[in-house]
Design a protein around this ligand. Structure first.
Ligand code: GCU
Ligand code: CA
Length: 497
């Protein structure tokens, strides 16, 4: 069956507008209405069966893929031009758990472990929307489940390419050209001499004359934009809010103190930059991170904290300020003058403070752990901020197919640290993101062998470490934190890309 044009959206044929949800300001001229690709259609494949036993589907049925990791639904879609595109995936999940899937575009993961939450019944269909970047012409979109439950039932994919700009002059403000602060070609590095604080950064990515593939990172390996492809003549304007601290990585300077000011790295296979401006940001929502080495801005690869990837999920108006530091326990973070005492006075009304400890509370008693966390919670509230407890991500230590108590942060004196955090959350009315449970489900579903890629491996990273994450693993943890932010409906939801 050929894809049919969906006529629902009344889109102007010539308008150029901000795309609010993505951090992408714009670069489009006309975007056509989305094209619908039915999961049972000729442009799709289903690693399972096309069925029609639950009502409410569109077309003649839906894909019920096998309940297994990697049992995919795949679509071949056509993009009118390269750039950003919107995927609207209609699905039903009448099971008992979220069914996350990696969303691959042309073989590369565009969204790792994207959640497909329960819809309540197999006949209840909802649409999940994601933004990806695509090539002009044919693209392969694959939904590949990461757990043994497999995919939800998939009805269709509505696909719309909207990153199209036939000429740079179509941008909301014309690209000012690469500033003097930038040098090099691959990567392009830029250095702005600004004081610590929060900045609105506008980047024009792409080039008038040649095609590009450009990613953007700032400061200590903080990823802001995964690599995006742009056709020759396409320049896309992005706006983000960026936090500058000194030192730029870990607050105690472990791993290096970096360079004062704001540094950018534009990498990718062919980085193209047609403008970059930096201005002070007025009153963004700040999300502070208080945590340990699994969260922090690690200066030195391959070590990567989930806070360094959380930044890819946040659009302008909100900013991540990562005060996490390697080796810290609930008590040392509270008392070290570079850590909680430095962060606390910066907290403004309604700022969020995500608090994750456990890895280094190996000998902490239950009462001390509770009183350290309670002190942080009360002090954050004293500033008008909103504390959020994040239980620690698991270590990769298996006994058979299950994680050990040590992996799950039952500490050396028998305290179940995540359980203490859950209980404290309910007694003090603090939202809890249960990253222990979420990462346990992920690591156990991947199994003892496959889960190694989440952590550091001798063969790839030159070091074996089953506590600290690879960039891939940190990205998966950041995705789980984002899932928790949505579940707890924290104010950051309005700023998620
Ligand atoms: C049920 C349901 C299917 C669904 C399956 C699943 O069998 O009828 O439509 O795909 O559960 O759990 O995946
Ligand atoms: Ca810096």
């Amino acid at each position: 069956m050929l894809p049919s044009k969906q006529r629902a959206a009344l889109l102007s044929a010539c308008l150029t507008l901000a795309v609010a949800g993505t951090g992408l300001i714009m670069s489009t001229t006309a975007s056509a209405a989305a094209t619908r690709y039915e999961a049972e259609g000729a442009s799709a494949t289903c690693d399972g069966f096309i069925e029609s036993n639950h009502t409410g589907y569109s077309g003649t049925g839906f894909c019920n893929a096998n309940n297994a990791v990697g049992a995919a639904a795949q679509f071949t879609v056509t993009a009118s031009a390269a750039g950003q595109a919107t995927l609207a995936i209609r699905y039903a999940n009448g099971g008992t758990a979220n069914r996350p899937a990696d969303i691959f575009v042309n073989g590369a993961v565009a969204h790792a472990g994207a959640p497909f939450d329960l819809t309540g019944a197999w006949a209840t269909w909802v649409t999940k929307t994601l933004t990806v970047s695509v090539n002009a012409g044919s693209n392969n979109i694959r939904l590949s489940p990461t757990t043994a439950n497999g995919l939800p039932n998939i009805d269709y994919l509505d696909f719309e390419a909207n990153g199209v700009s036939p000429s740079p002059s179509a941008s909301s403000s014309p690209p000012p050209g690469r500033p003097a602060e930038c040098t090099g070609t691959s990567p392009i590095r830029c250095n702005f001499a600004v004081s610590p604080g929060n900045y609105t950064v506008t980047a024009w990515i792409g080039d008038r004359a040649s095609a590009g593939n450009t990613s953007m990172s700032v400061e200590a390996r903080r990823r802001i934009l995964p690599a995006v492809s742009t056709a020759a003549g396409t320049i896309t304007q992005y706006v983000f809010t960026i936090n500058v601290r000194q030192p730029e990585g870990q607050p105690t300077g472990q791993g290096g103190t970096g360079t004062p000011g704001l540094q950018f790295t534009f990498a990718g296979s062919a980085p193209k930059l047609s403008g970059l401006t930096v201005q002070p940001a007025s009153n963004p929502l700040v999300v502070y991170l208080a945590g340990d080495s699994t969260t922090c801005d690690q200066m030195i690869a391959p070590y990567t904290g989930w806070g360094q990837l959380l930044t890819t999920h946040v659009k302008a108006g909100a900013v991540i300020a990562n005060y996490a530091d390697s080796g810290e326990s609930s008590g040392s973070f509270l008392n070290n003058s570079a850590l909680f005492p430095t962060m606390r006075p910066l907290i403004k009304t309604n700022d969020l403070v995500l608090i994750q400890f456990g890895h280094n509370d190996k000998q902490t008693s239950a009462s001390t752990f509770r009183s350290n966390l309670t002190s942080m919670i009360n002090q954050v509230r004293g500033r008008g901020g909103i504390p959020v407890l994040v239980t620690p991500p698991v270590r990769r230590q298996f006994n058979g197919s299950q994680l050990t108590p040590t992996a799950l942060h039952v500490n050396g004196v028998g305290v179940n640290l995540p359980a203490e955090m859950r209980n404290l959350g309910s007694s003090l009315n603090v939202p809890v993101i249960d990253l222990t449970a979420k990462s346990e489900a992920l690591v156990e579903s991947m199994g003892p062998t496959n889960s190694a890629q989440l952590y550091l491996r001798e063969s790839v990273d030159g070091v074996t470490d089953n506590t600290h994450f690879s960039e891939y693993g940190a990205g998966r943890m950041a995705d789980l934190v984002v899932q928790g932010i949505r579940e707890r409906n924290l104010s950051l939801v309005a700023y998620l890309r």
